[in-house]
Design a protein around this ligand. Structure first.
Ligand SMILES: Nc1nc2c(c(=O)[nH]1)N[C@H]1C(S)=C(S)[C@@H](COP(=O)(O)OP(=O)(O)OC[C@H]3O[C@@H](n4cnc5c(=O)[nH]c(N)nc54)[C@H](O)[C@@H]3O)O[C@H]1N2
Ligand SMILES: Nc1nc2c(c(=O)[nH]1)N[C@H]1C(S)=C(S)[C@@H](COP(=O)(O)OP(=O)(O)OC[C@H]3O[C@@H](n4cnc5c(=O)[nH]c(N)nc54)[C@H](O)[C@@H]3O)O[C@H]1N2
Ligand code: SF4
Ligand SMILES: [Mo]
Length: 702
């Protein structure tokens, strides 16, 4: 018996970025453990990834290249060779480039893996797309609005490390469902609590995290920036602003101060739906508690004013001076700490000329409306846009275009794969090499391939190397091995990487980036043009925004006209047993998730004569999806809550994104998943009842 262990890392789009260890016996992966010495992972993976090895061996895993035999969308395919598949892609690409130019190719990459070699962090495949002059894929779907807003205020996509929450005396979990979307961070919340910290959750939904907090405030979705201004109003009223810090480390305080004074508690109560007394109480608590830490995330910025929300939230520790204290400040992401040589990896210098960008969030528009040139080839990898991307109906119409050549590189037969002309089988994390950072910590990890790929699966990097060869391309950078790519990425004189080589990373499995402990990133200034926290931002003004932080209302939520037709605001969060659409086809995890569940307040349910378990149709002008009703006061009247991730084909052909619009948020072209009005009606088979998820991430059932 031959048993070996391999070091690796979870590739999924999760802030925790766990390091793991795989035990392989006779070539088969038999055990997967979280690394016990990793400061975030602490020996534990999660409810989802505990099933990862099972998932790699699932009977529905795609193992061979396939060509469509039925109509688009039918999901009928027959097996072909890699040689035929690559030959066909090369030929179609060459024809399209000759007739329409390289920009007619859209490489549509998602967040299925975050890896620098195989995934979105390293824009895997970018070298090939750059040589071909393909359109640039703008990753707008997840966090961009908040990132842009945050950067106006503090200058970079950085924040405190979540481990620092342990040193806080007051923790605001602001639009983040920590126990579901990054549960390892809860450990630091608990550590702070043991030392007397108070924990407040700010979320329109009483999530499983909210139920564990000392206090829960439920704002009307999209109104968080107004709440932030209201809290600051109270802090000013108490004279608790840190004047020395404001004078030394911030820009534009006088103007911002006047802006804050426009938001007294009564006004903020009317906007947010939170009692003025609760706003004053929390403002007072913040005024009196040092250090205060804010943990926020993507959920808070999926509406029209999402960028402004992060911009304004990041000002709170600027006013209280918490940015200079261990355990104080804010974290949205820690993305910006890895000072890698990204340019050397993605090689945008290989582009002959600048190319246009197409927004990930606006796939329907990209396929149906964009011209000069129209999109003629769509290469989808590590993405499931038929499930994940707004305006499902438009996307479906686009994918049905006869003249569109669609290639989907996948591990499983998703709804998106059903529309492909060619499907290529992709490796999973235990079968390929990769390098990871984290967006909720400051460690790097190496993922060593532990087993041989099943069937004819290939990694993304290898697929694109072979395609480049098949296309007869000669640029040598297209053929660099995974190890060469990793070495080029790490070849940086940025101080965060001093002492970190690929050899060391491979030997140790994970390493901390070179930052001090405790790490107080903005004690001495900010990476903005002025070196200060910028309340007043000339960059924002130059980009056409208000030069000051403020409150930008959500669009559909606030639209009184629309509200007469669509009385409910639909918010959506992470599902506990899936990550985006991954694991929705895993038998035991999907059983635990239950059917798509829609939480409704008892008052609304009674008014409609509806009850828990009833099957309903959720709809607006864009489309409809089916869900099981769960009556609970986890949401306020007028708000409905559900989770993302269901596969349309398991729900009659649609899912939540049938109702979501593809319009942009205020900054960065971000998505507006939470700025969505709908109505509900009993589903056609009105009497049918379902068992709603009883233990979903948002269920009020303990
Ligand atoms: N309504 C609504 N929709 C949302 C959201 C929301 O809040 N509400 N959230 C959005 C957010 S935050 C995000 S990040 C997006 C994510 O949306 P997507 O980027 O579409 O991510 P997934 O749905 O996880 O799909 C990833 C696919 O990649 C495949 N995959 C995994 N690893 C690999 C690999 O190594 N190679 C290849 N070729 N394939 C791989 C998986 O099998 C899976 O089918 O969804 C968004 N969609
Ligand atoms: N189990 C699991 N983990 C995940 C994911 C998953 O699908 N499943 N997705 C991963 C991905 S891609 C991402 S981007 C992260 C996201 O991480 P989070 O942002 O923590 O996750 P979400 O559940 O999308 O959003 C968090 C909370 O925001 C609330 N929310 C919605 N609108 C508003 C609002 O206007 N204001 C406030 N204050 N709160 C609001 C939702 O009710 C939800 O409970 O999680 C990652 N982790
Ligand atoms: S999904 Fe998140 S919590 Fe689960 S193993 Fe991966 S990184 Fe860790
Ligand atoms: Mo995301």
């Amino acid at each position: 018996m031959n048993e070996q262990t391999f070091m690796g890392a979870c590739p999924l789009d999760c802030p925790d970025g766990c390091a793991w260890q795989v035990t392989v016996r006779d070539g088969v992966a038999i055990k997967l453990h979280g690394r016990s010495d990793h400061p975030m992972t602490h020996g534990m993976l999660c409810a989802k990834v505990n099933h990862y090895l099972e998932h790699t061996a699932a009977p529905d895993r795609l193992l061979y290249p396939m060509r469509r035999t039925g109509p688009k969308g039918s999901g009928t395919f027959s097996r072909i060779t890699w040689d035929d598949a690559l030959g066909e892609i090369a030929e179609r690409f060459q024809k399209i480039i000759t007739q329409h130019g390289g920009e007619a190719i859209w490489p549509y990459q998602g967040t299925g893996t975050l890896g620098f070699l195989q995934g979105i962090q390293g824009r895997a495949g970018s070298r090939l797309w750059n040589v071909l002059g393909a359109s640039n894929h703008d990753m707008t779907i997840c966090s961009i609005a908040g990132l842009v807003g945050l950067e106006y205020t503090i200058g970079a996509p950085r924040g405190i490390e979540p481990e620092a929450l342990a040193d806080a005396q007051l923790i605001l979990l602001w639009g983040v469902n920590t126990l579901t979307s990054g549960h390892h961070q809860w450990r630091f919340v608990q550590a702070a609590r043991k030392r007397g910290a108070y924990v407040v959750v700010i979320d329109p939904v009483r999530t499983r995290t909210a139920r564990q907090a000392d206090e829960h405030l439920a704002p009307i979705p999209g109104t968080d920036a107004a709440l932030a201004l209201g809290l600051l109003h109270t802090i000013l009223a108490l004279g608790a602003e840190d004047r020395e810090y404001l004078a030394r480390h911030t820009l534009g305080w006088d103007a911002f101060r006047r802006r804050i004074l426009e938001y007294p508690p009564e006004r903020v109560a009317a906007i947010t739906g939170i009692d003025a007394s609760c706003i004053v109480a929390l403002g007072t608590r913040i005024a009196h508690t040092r250090p205060t830490a804010i943990r926020t995330a993507q959920g808070v910025q999926r509406h029209a004013g999402g960028g402004m929300t992060l911009r304004t939230l990041a000002c709170i520790p600027g006013v209280t001076g918490d940015w200079r204290r261990p355990g104080g400040g804010l974290v949205y992401t820690t993305d910006g700490y890895f000072g890698a040589n990204r340019a050397a990896l993605v090689r945008d210098d290989l582009r002959e000329r600048p190319v246009r960008s197409l927004s990930m969030t606006r796939l329907g528009e990209g396929l149906l409306d964009v011209q000069d040139p129209p999109v003629k080839a769509l290469i989808v990898y590590a993405a499931n846009p038929m499930a994940s991307t707004p305006h499902q109906q438009k996307i479906r119409q686009g994918l049905l275009r006869d003249d569109l050549f669609t290639v989907v590189i996948e591990q499983f037969a998703t709804d998106t794969a059903d529309y492909a002309d060619l499907v290529l089988p992709a490796t999973m994390q235990t079968e390929h090499a990769d390098l990871h950072d984290g967006y909720g910590h400051i460690y790097l990890a190496w993922n060593e391939p532990a087993v041989a790929p099943p069937g004819e699966c290939l990694s993304t990097s290898e697929t694109f190397r072979r395609l480049a060869r098949r296309m007869g391309l000669t640029e040598s950078a297209l053929f660099d091995s995974d190890e060469e790519l990793a070495a080029q990425l790490l070849d940086s004189d940025h101080p965060s990487l001093s002492g970190i080589t690929l050899d060391r990373l491979r030997r140790e499995g994970w390493v901390r980036l070179n930052y001090p402990t405790p790490f107080v990133p903005f004690a001495d200034g900010f990476p903005t043009p002025s070196g200060k926290l910028e309340f007043f931002s000339a960059r924002a003004e130059a980009d056409g925004h208000d030069p000051l932080p403020g409150y930008t209302p959500p669009r559909e939520v606030e639209d009184a006209n629309l509200a007469t037709r669509y009385p409910f605001v639909l918010v959506v969060g992470a599902s506990h047993y899936a990550i985006n659409t991954i694991f929705a086809n895993h038998p035991s995890l999907s059983r635990r998730s239950g059917p798509p569940t829609l939480v409704i307040h008892p008052t609304d349910a009674t008014a409609r004569g509806m009850a828990s378990g009833q099957s309903v149709r959720v709809f607006n002008d864009r489309g409809a999806f089916a869900a099981a009703l769960l009556v609970s006061d986890a949401v306020r009247p007028g708000v409905l809550a559900t989770t993302k991730g269901a596969w349309p084909k398991n729900g009659g052909g649609t899912s939540i994104n049938a109702t979501v619009d593809e319009r942009d948020a205020d900054m960065g072209g971000g998505a507006v998943f939470g700025d969505n009005r709908v109505d509900i009606e009993p589903s056609l088979e009105g009497s049918s009842t379902l068992t709603p998820a009883s233990d979903s991430s948002l269920s009020a059932v303990d």
